[in-house]
Design a binder for this molecule. Structure first.
Ligand SMILES: [Zn+2]
Length: 570
C-alpha cells in the first residue's frame, strides 16, 4: 500500500509531530530532534495523550490536570511547537477504538511527514499503548472507511514513523535497545532543558525528594548516555524507523534527509571512510561473544564454516582446492582458480602435489586476485612487494615445465584491467580463495570512502556487487596491516592503492573459499563476518559480509587462530 504519484506531486508544508504519553515525555526523549527539525524548516507539533493526572501525591486529579496542561503549553511555546491537548488521564492510555478514532482525526488534520513516538517496547504501558495508537492512527490516514472522531477527511501522502529510545534505554525485559539513527542534540540541549524545566510541578517534586535539579540531571544523563552510544556526539537522541510498509517508500528517511550527516555514526578509526566501526553496537556485541562451537553452528544453506585442528591440515586443504579445481580442466572446458596473496603457505604445497602426482595442468587457469598500484601503473614483477612475483616464485616456477600451464593461462591484474576482465569470460572459475584483512575485505575490496553520493550512507550491496576489477584506494587499516605483514611495519614502504579483482568477477566464481589462519585478521574480525554472513547482514561497510548474497561460501578456520574477544592486557 503506497500513496500514488499524484499525491506526492503536490508540494505540502513540511510537518513533524511528536506524540508521547505524559507531559514531559517529549522533553525527555524527542525535543532535541523536534527543535532541529524546526530549524530545518519543519512546522512542529506537540501532543501527549495523557494529562499527567497521577503526577502528584498531594493535588487532586483535576488540580493536576490543569497545572500540567499549563506547564505543557509553556514547554511547547519554548520549543516553538503547536500544542495539542491530551485525550485521557494517566494509566488510561489504552489501545481502544475511541482513543484511536480521536487520535486519527488529529493526525489527519496535522498531516505530518515525520511522526515521532515512543518505543514499541518500553517500561510502562502508557508508553507502549501510545506507540501502538500512533502507528495505527497514521496507518489509517488515507482510509475513507475508517471513521474518526470528529470526522476528518482522509489524507493522501507518505508519513515516516520513528520510535524514540525506551526509558532507561532498555525494553520491559531489561534488554538493551540500540538506535539505528543518532541525532546530535548538543547544540539545542539548553533549549530542551528549558522546556523540561517548564514542567515545574514535576521538577519541584523530584528536587524536593531527590535533591536540587535532579529532574533536569536525569534528562542530561539520558542524552549523554545516548551520545556515548553514538561514539561521536556529546548529547544525542536515538531513533528507530518503523517498517515502511503502509506508510512510505522503502528508503524514505526524511529525518536523516532533513538533519543530514548529523544523524549518522562516523568511523572511530577513519572518519572519511565507511568501515565496521560504523555498525550497530548490537552486531558488534553479538559477534564478539561467539565461541568456536557457536561459529561452526552458524553454517547454513550456502554458507559453511569448517574448523581445522592443525595448521598442516588447514594448508593442505587449501592447496587441495587448487588441485581439485585443475583436475576438472580439459582443453574444451578449461577450469581455473583465483587465489590470494595472504595466505601464501599453500602455494609451495600446490607445486609439490602437482609434481608428485604428475598432474598435467596445461589446460588449467589461474587468476591472481590483486596487485599493488604505484605511480599510475601496477608494480613491476621485480618490485619487492609484487604479488605476481610471489605467485610465480612460490608456485608456478616450481612446477615442472611439462606439467605447468602456459603463461597465457596465468592472469594477473594490471592497471589496464581490460585483458584481465576478459579472461573471466569462457573459463570456469571453480573457486575463488581469499584471506580476510583487518578491514574485512577479500582481495582489496575495501569499504568505500565516505564522500559524494556516499557521504551519508554507504553504497547498497547491489551497487557494490556491480564493481569490476579496478584500481582502488586502500582504507588506512589495510595500509597499516600490509606494512605490518609485508614490510616490517614500515608504512612509508606500502602503496596506498592497489588493483583488485572485483565483486563482479567474484560472483562468477562457483564457490568462494575464505581462509582464516588467525594471522591476517583477528579473533573479532573472524567472528564478525561469520556472524554477518550467517545472519544475512550484508553491509558494504564490511565488504566480506556481502558474501551473504553469494550462495556458495565456505569459511575455513584454524582452531588455534580463533582466539577470544575477552580483554587481555599485553
Ligand atoms: Zn511517560
Amino acid at each position: 500500500m503506497k500513496a500514488g504519484l499524484s499525491s506526492r506531486a503536490v508540494s505540502k508544508p513540511k510537518v513533524a509531530m511528536a506524540v508521547a504519553a505524559h507531559p514531559d515525555d517529549i522533553e525527555f526523549y524527542m525535543a532535541g530532534t523536534l527543535l532541529l527539525l524546526r530549524d530545518a524548516g519543519y512546522q512542529i507539533h506537540y501532543m501527549t495523550l495523557a494529562s499527567g493526572s497521577c503526577g502528584s501525591l498531594k493535588y487532586s486529579a483535576a488540580g493536576m490536570r490543569s497545572i500540567r496542561r499549563a506547564e505543557s503549553k509553556r514547554a511547547a511555546r519554548i520549543l516553538g511547537a503547536a500544542y495539542h491537548p491530551s485525550l485521557v488521564d494517566d494509566l488510561e492510555v489504552l489501545y481502544d477504538l475511541g482513543q484511536l478514532r480521536r487520535l486519527a482525526a488529529i493526525i489527519r488534520r496535522v498531516r505530518p511527514r515525520i511522526l515521532l513516538t515512543h518505543s514499541p517496547e518500553d517500561y510502562m504501558e502508557d508508553h507502549t499503548n501510545t506507540s501502538r495508537l500512533t502507528v495505527t492512527a497514521a496507518f489509517a490516514r488515507g482510509m475513507p472507511n475508517f471513521r474518526t472522531i470528529p470526522p476528518a477527511q482522509p489524507i493522501a501522502g507518505d508519513v515516516t514513523v520513528y520510535h524514540a529510545m525506551p526509558h532507561g534505554l532498555r525494553d520491559q525485559l531489561g534488554r538493551r535497545i540500540s538506535p539505528g539513527l543518532f541525532i546530535e542534540t548538543t547544540g539545542v540541549h539548553g533549549v530542551k532543558r528549558a522546556a523540561l524545566a517548564a514542567h515545574d510541578s514535576q521538577k519541584s517534586w523530584l528536587d524536593a525528594s531527590q535533591g536540587m535539579d535532579s529532574y533536569l540531571r536525569i534528562m542530561d544523563q539520558l542524552s549523554l548516555e545516548v551520545g556515548k552510544m553514538s561514539r561521536r556526539f556529546k548529547h544525542a537522541e536515538g531513533w528507530r524507523r518503523h517498517l515502511h510498509l503502509g506508510f512510505c517508500d522503502a528508503d524514505a528517511d526524511p529525518l536523516s534527509a532533513a538533519l543530514g550527516s548529523r544523524s549518522l555514526t562516523l568511523s572511530s578509526i577513519a572518519p572519511d571512510w565507511w568501515d565496521y566501526t560504523t555498525l550497530d553496537d548490537e552486531i558488534i556485541r553479538a559477534a564478539a561473544g561467539l565461541t568456536p562451537e557457536q561459529m561452526v553452528k552458524l553454517s547454513g544453506p550456502g554458507f559453511k564454516v569448517v574448523l581445522y585442528d592443525t595448521l598442516e591440515e588447514f594448508y593442505l586443504a587449501e592447496a587441495l582446492e587448487y588441485i581439485n579445481a585443475w583436475r576438472q580442466s580439459t582443453p574444451d572446458n578449461p577450469v581455473g582458480i583465483c587465489g590470494p596473496i595472504g595466505p601464501t603457505e599453500q602455494l609451495p604445497l600446490v607445486a609439490r602435489i602437482v609434481n608428485d602426482l604428475n598432474l598435467s595442468i596445461q589446460s588449467a587457469h589461474f587468476w591472481g586476485m590483486d596487485e599493488w598500484f604505484l605511480d599510475g601503473e601496477e608494480v613491476p614483477v621485480d618490485h619487492p612487494l609484487s604479488f605476481e612475483r610471489a605467485d610465480r616464485e612460490l608456485c608456478f616456477n616450481r612446477i615442472r615445465g611439462e606439467l605447468v600451464m602456459p603463461s597465457h593461462n596465468l592472469h594477473f591484474p594490471k592497471a589496464d584491467t581490460a585483458a584481465y576482465r576478459k579472461s573471466w569470460e569462457g573459463v570456469r572459475c571453480a573457486v575463488m580463495q581469499g584471506g580476510q584483512g583487518d578491514v574485512k575485505h577479500w582481495a582489496f575490496n575495501d569499504p568505500p570512502r565516505r564522500e559524494g553520493k556516499y557521504k551519508d550512507e554507504p553504497p547498497t550491496p547491489a551497487e557494490y556487487r556491480q564493481l569490476p576489477t579496478r584500481v582502488v584506494d586502500l582504507h588506512p587499516l589495510t595500509i597499516a596491516q600490509n606494512a605490518r605483514t609485508s614490510g616490517g611495519g614500515n608504512i612509508a614502504l606500502v602503496p596506498t592503492k592497489a588493483i583488485s579483482v572485483g565483486p563482479a568477477e567474484t560472483w562468477k566464481a562457483e564457490k568462494v573459499s575464505i581462509w582464516h589462519a588467525g594471522m591476517h585478521d583477528n579473533p573479532f574480525g573472524q567472528r564478525l563476518t561469520t556472524f554477518m554472513i550467517s545472519n544475512r547482514l550484508a553491509d558494504t561497510a564490511v565488504p566480506m559480509s556481502l558474501l551473504a548474497e553469494h550462495g556458495n561460501v565456505q569459511f575455513n578456520v584454524y582452531r588455534g587462530g580463533i582466539g577470544t574477544c575477552e580483554v587481555q592486557m599485553h
